[in-house]
Ligand binder design. Structure first.
Ligand code: ASP
Length: 438
């Protein structure tokens, strides 16, 4: 069985976390391919190595010495090395990076060093081979992942090595230069490897025991989601539930490789399993799988009598948003009106121009902007094709005096999105949870 085992930054923050990782790896002989993030925070007030690297770069851009920040990075790696009694000459690597920093190192090269050095130490500590992600993970020049080359690189490496530790977060372009993924991208590295190696399982080890049904800052002790489908997770992560990078799903989805979210600090907990479809009759039949949401949206409502008979009006309105490069979240529509929901920050600087352009383009009677809207997604595969769920949802919100400003539902019926005022955000999530989760 092939397992890709990825550890997040908090699982690698210090000597103790390294020890936990070793115990986890050695307790299952299928865990031979390990992906690591850069060492992360040891506690709430600590720094992530990657943040510090970006900070160093920012200092040099403004011609301010980055030495004090760099020394925090050096101390962290040196203490892990020393406390675990490792031999890897990390001092030399650090000195070389520091020198390059003074000479002007490309940002992506610098940002990737957190993962690189963490992987170097972990490889020695586990007694596994080290493989540099720049020799395996290949990007095309447009930034997309070149799966074919990545697969070939990976197969060639696996012929010679039976296990490895690879840094997450980066790879290389065809000319060998380093390219980093977006923040949190080591999750994507794990997913890419799972796909090209045809893994049976992608284990993603983090510091929570799986994905919770709601944000614990809003709902007291929410239940854990035992099983979730890729599509449900996509909806929840898009709406702010951030356990796994939202782009980590695509590479494994096509191959139907399950992802298991596990807790390095509680390896015995079963976590959350993410699958393509769930036809297991024994699995939990909660109507909803999870609730997530985000604040600060604006609804731009466009009114025109007899609009429904007019062809092209929505297109003309949307072209205005395209002109201002604004991405659209939802387009709920009525008979004589439709609305466009966007992130408030995206329209902040051009609000009045947008309204006047829409009026001109659509010849409409009125355009109104409603700000301070929060969107809340109630997601669940068991909701689809089951009558009455949305009715019940709207009813309980009404009973709790929450005014719904907008409603949208995805075509697969696995999510119901309501727009409420920002001030009702927390209450809405709590009310939905109390009424739907048993
Ligand atoms: N170290 C990178 C970050 O902090 C990537 C990752 O941890 O996945 O964003």
């Amino acid at each position: 069985m092939i397992k890709i085992t990825k550890f997040g930054g908090s699982s690698l923050a210090d000597k103790n976390q390294f020890q936990k990782v070793k115990t986890i790896i050695h307790s299952d002989e299928d865990r031979r391919f390990v992906v690591v993030s850069a060492a992360g925070r040891r506690d709430k007030n600590d720094n992530k190595i990657t943040d510090l690297l970006y900070l160093c770069h920012a200092h040099t851009m403004y011609h301010v010495s980055c030495d004090p920040v760099f020394s925090i990075i050096e101390e962290r790696f040196l203490s892990i090395k020393e406390e675990l009694g490792l031999q890897y000459p990390i001092e030399e690597e650090l000195a070389a990076i520091k020198k390059q920093l003074h000479e002007g190192i490309p940002l992506d090269d610098l940002a990737s060093r957190g993962e690189y050095l963490t992987a170097r130490l972990m490889a020695e500590y586990l007694g596994f081979s080290f493989v540099d992600a720049k020799d395996i993970i290949r990007f095309s020049y447009d930034g997309s992942i070149d799966f074919d080359t990545t697969k070939k690189n990976c197969e060639a490496f696996m012929k010679k090595h039976e296990n490895f530790v690879i840094p997450g977060f980066y790879g290389s372009y065809p000319d060998g230069s380093i390219h980093v993924l977006s923040r949190g991208g080591s999750d994507i590295t794990g997913s890419i490897l799972a796909r090209v190696m045809n893994a049976d399982m992608y284990e993603n080890w983090t510091d929570v025991s799986g994905i919770l049904m709601a944000d614990p800052r809003i709902v007291h002790h929410p239940k854990r989601i035992d099983k979730i489908t890729y599509s449900e997770l996509r909806e929840l992560s898009y709406m702010g539930a951030n356990v796994l990078h939202e782009d980590a799903i695509f590479p494994v989805k096509e191959k139907n490789i399950p992802i298991n979210i596990l807790n390095t600090n509680h390896p015995e907990a079963s976590g959350t399993i993410i699958v393509d479809t769930d036809d297991d009759p024994s699995s939990n039949k909660q109507i909803i799988t999870g609730i997530a949401g985000k604040k600060d949206f604006s609804v731009i409502a466009i009114y025109k009598n007899h609009m429904s008979n007019e062809i092209g009006i929505i297109r003309r309105a949307l072209e205005v948003f395209e002109k201002y490069q604004i991405s659209i979240e939802h387009i709920p529509s009525g008979i004589d009106s439709f609305s466009v929901v966007v992130n408030s920050s995206d329209i902040q600087n051009n609000k009045y121009d947008i309204v006047s352009d829409i009026k001109k383009a659509c010849g409409c009677d009125a355009v109104k902007i409603i700000d301070n809207i929060a969107l809340i997604a109630t997601v669940g595969r068991h909701m689809s094709y089951r009558p009455g769920i949305s009715g019940r949802l709207f009813q309980v919100l009404g009973e709790n005096e929450i005014n719904i400003r907008m409603i949208a539902q995805g075509s697969e019926e696995i999510n119901i999105i309501v727009g409420v005022e920002n001030k009702d955000f927390e209450k809405t999530i709590a009310v939905i949870y109390e009424n739907f989760v048993v």
